[in-house]
Structure formats: structure tokens, C-alpha cells
Design a protein around this ligand. Structure first.
Ligand code: PLP
Length: 419
């Protein structure tokens, strides 16, 4: 296989030409998006929106971000051929965009670094984040350690017990983990707690959201920062296979790695965009997290979007084997891409994802995150129906080391079922 170093165009071009304002800042995505927030939050959210509108066209800010992408995150991440996965699928040529090789093992760091730079520009003394499984907390703690900003991560006390290694990581990185004892003591309660801390000191703190969700400007800002994935992949695809991919695939939780992969290809009419949503036990059961396939329009965490809700508008409990996809809503830009038909979203079950995880391990020597394995399943399925001169590009959003205990539990459970 040809290595990136010998490719005709250096992928670093994508970073050199990296422009955050290639796509306009949007508060609304068709009928979706907006700022459905209480009055007390408006000044703080507006301040961040203005700061981002400024920063995203400031060459010095962009140069600093690109510099940290290169030197700290290890960008550009490779785009590589996957010949053995390709022959397993038996159709189109599959390319892997390796976000699992980014520092801290996933794409979340692209966003955390960019927003931490913005927090510093705003002169705040402390960054606030909330985390469920701990992945966004670790990325935020990492960015704050690098930039010398205090970091407080709100986390449900039940999640603190379940996700002990990530608590230790955050503390090693100098962050304070703030336990939340209310409600179910999980992510929802951590979100409320973080928002309360933010509005009690909107000038001195910065609320760092981890996916392309929530009130304006977060869906746009997180998209802008994650677009580094798609910008690189576009340049790298032209260098590696002399064409744009016929289809681009990524997994969709809140939707940050997928929107960052998709948007740089949106104007390329010939490139299909496909998102893999977590279907848990199946979308015909109550145990899933497919907000687009199974959801309806409503307001969640400050944005009008697609979400899983009952007839009274109560947010439904979700299930996915992957913590990162276990979210009842989706970023508003995805809701619009789905409504206009520009992107297509497919439910992928726990079982399909876990099978795909093993396939990628054995064919390519890569243990993906369970989240990413949903995208691998979809990429294989799409590739298998296409001819060998077509190209399917899939983003591997993270590495699977963090998931070993879930993988062990799954295998034991499945052995149990077989008896
Ligand atoms: C958090 C996470 C996701 C889901 O988040 P998005 O915002 O939808 O990208 C996907 N993959 C990995 C590895 C994650 O850690």
C-alpha cells in the first residue's frame, strides 16, 4: 500500500488552506437550530457567538489552531486504503479516515482545543464541561492542561462510579471532577449542573459543549472545528485515489464527527453522505437511540431538532451499547440534511456494530471505538452493493481501547444467549 508520505499532494495542504469561514455561520438550518434558551442565558450565549464570529475569520486564531492541530493533535490524521476490509465487503474500495490516531484517541480533541483557545481569547478563568462516559471530559481536561486554563467537569455520581478510569484521567490532567448527586445522577443531571455553574458566572467561565448540539453558536462552532476531518479527507482522497469518494460515511451521536466529515463534501453533488445512527436492539423496539429514523421535531438542549420523545413531548430513555451514541437528539444541521435528503441516515444495531468491530480488527489490525464500528458496518454494507471502481470513505472516529470492558461484557452476554 502506498503511504501518505509518497502521495503526490501533501495532506498538510488541507491544514494550510484550512478556512473556518468556508461555510457561513448559521443560527438556523432550515426549520432547525436556533436558541431556545431561558432569558438568563442569552447574554452568555450571545457573547460566545460574537467571539466565534470574530475568531473564525481571524488569521492569527486560525494559525494557532492549525499549529496545535499539527503539533499536539498529530494532524493530519491518515486516510488509508483498507484492502482486506474491501475484499471482505466485496465491492467498492473502502478508505479509512483515522481519527482514532488523533491525540487522546478520538476526534473530540479537535473541538476541545478550538473552544479552549476561544475561552482563552475571552479571558475567562475557568472552563466548565459536562460528561457522561467521560470522553468529552478527558478531551476538555487535556485541552485546558495544554493551555493552562482551570477546568471543572460536571459528572453524575453514578457515572463517576461506572467510568472510574476516565475520572482518574481527568484528575491526572489537573481537572476538578464535580460530582452531581441529583436526579438519576447521570448525564442529564450533569448538563443541568454545568449550565447552572455557567449562568452563575457567565463572564468568568466558558461552557465547552462537546458535540454539534445545543443552542447557537455551538452547532456551527463545533461543526467548523470538526470540519478539519472532511477538509483533510477531501484533499487526501484526491491524492490517494485521484477522485472524490462516491460515498462518505460516519457515525452520528450528537453528530460532530459526522458533520465535520460531511460538510466539506456537501457542495460536491456526486458525493453521497451517509450517517450511521445507533439502533440498539432495533428501531422497532424501545431500546435504541436513532433520533432521525425514530424521532420527531422538538426542542432539546436549546435547539429545534429531531429527538426521541413520547406523545406528550417527554424525552424518551435511549439505549446503545456505545456511550457516545446514546443521546436522544441530534445536531440541528443533521436534521436539515435529513429533511432535504442531502444526507441519508441508517439505523445500525448493537449486534451489527459489534460484528463490524471484530471484522475491522481482523482485516485491518485496528480496534475501533464501538461508536465507529457502527460506521464500519454501514460502510461495508454500502460498499458491498457497488462496483470495484467506486470509493467509500468512512471516518473511524475513535479507538476502541476505552471499550474493552463493554466488549468483554457483550461477548459474555452473547455466549449466554447461545446456550
Ligand atoms: C463521542 C464519540 C462519538 C459520538 O459523538 P459525535 O458528536 O456524534 O461525533 C463518536 N465516536 C467516538 C469515538 C466518540 O468518542
Amino acid at each position: 500500500m502506498t503511504r501518505q508520505a509518497h502521495a503526490p499532494a501533501q495532506p498538510a495542504d488541507a491544514l494550510d488552506g484550512f478556512r473556518l469561514d468556508a461555510h457561513p455561520m448559521q443560527e438556523h438550518f432550515g426549520p432547525y437550530g436556533g436558541s431556545w434558551i431561558p432569558e438568563v442565558l442569552v447574554p452568555a450565549a450571545t457573547r460566545i457567538a460574537h467571539a466565534w464570529a470574530d475568531a473564525r475569520q481571524d488569521p492569527d486564531f486560525l494559525a494557532e489552531y492549525a499549529h496545535l492541530c499539527r503539533t499536539f493533535i498529530g494532524r493530519p490524521t491518515p486516510l488509508q486504503d483498507a484492502p482486506r476490509l474491501t475484499s471482505h465487503a466485496g465491492g467498492a474500495r473502502i478508505l479509512l479516515k483515522r481519527e482514532d490516531l488523533a491525540h487522546t484517541g478520538a476526534h473530540k480533541i479537535n473541538n476541545a482545543i478550538g473552544q479552549a483557545l476561544l475561552a482563552k481569547r475571552l479571558g475567562v478563568t475557568s472552563v466548565i464541561a459536562e460528561t457522561g462516559a467521560g470522553q468529552h471530559g478527558v478531551a476538555t481536561a487535556t485541552a485546558c492542561a495544554l493551555l493552562g486554563i482551570e477546568c471543572v467537569v460536571h459528572m453524575g455520581s453514578h457515572d463517576i462510579e461506572r467510568q472510574h478510569p476516565n475520572v482518574v484521567r481527568m484528575e491526572l490532567l489537573g481537572a476538578t471532577v464535580h460530582p452531581v448527586d441529583e436526579g438519576t445522577r447521570t448525564l442529564t443531571d450533569a448538563v443541568s449542573s454545568a449550565v447552572r455553574a455557567w449562568i452563575s458566572d457567565p463572564e468568568g467561565t466558558y461552557y465547552l459543549i462537546g458535540s454539534a448540539v445545543g443552542m447557537h453558536p455551538f452547532p456551527t462552532m463545533v461543526r467548523d472545528l470538526q470540519c478539519v476531518i472532511g477538509h483533510e479527507a477531501r484533499v487526501q482522497s484526491l491524492a490517494l485515489v485521484d477522485q472524490l469518494p462516491n460515498a462518505v460515511v460516519a457515525c452520528v451521536g450528537g453528530g460532530s464527527n459526522s458533520i465535520g466529515t460531511f460538510v466539506p463534501f456537501v457542495a460536491d453533488e456526486g458525493v453521497e453522505l451517509h450517517g450511521a445512527e445507533a439502533a440498539g436492539d432495533g428501531i422497532d423496539t424501545p431500546r435504541h437511540a436513532s433520533s432521525i429514523a425514530g424521532g420527531r421535531d422538538g426542542v432539546l438542549h436549546g435547539a429545534h431538532t429531531k429527538l426521541l420523545q413520547d406523545d406528550d413531548g417527554q424525552v424518551l430513555p435511549t439505549h446503545s451499547i456505545s456511550a457516545g451514541l446514546d443521546y436522544p437528539g441530534v445536531g440541528p444541521e443533521h436534521a436539515q440534511l435529513a429533511a432535504t435528503g442531502r444526507a441519508t441516515y441508517h439505523p445500525v444495531t448493537d449486534a451489527q456494530a459489534m460484528d463490524a468491530l471484530e471484522v475491522l480488527c481482523r482485516t485491518e489490525g485496528i480496534i475501533p471505538a464501538i461508536e465507529s464500528a457502527h460506521a464500519i458496518h454501514l460502510a461495508v454494507e454500502l460498499a458491498s452493493t457497488r462496483s470495484s471502481d467506486e470509493v467509500v470513505l468512512v471516518t473511524v472516529s475513535g479507538r476502541g481501547d476505552k471499550d474493552l470492558s463493554s466488549i468483554i461484557a457483550w461477548r459474555e452476554g452473547r455466549l449466554g444467549d447461545a446456550r
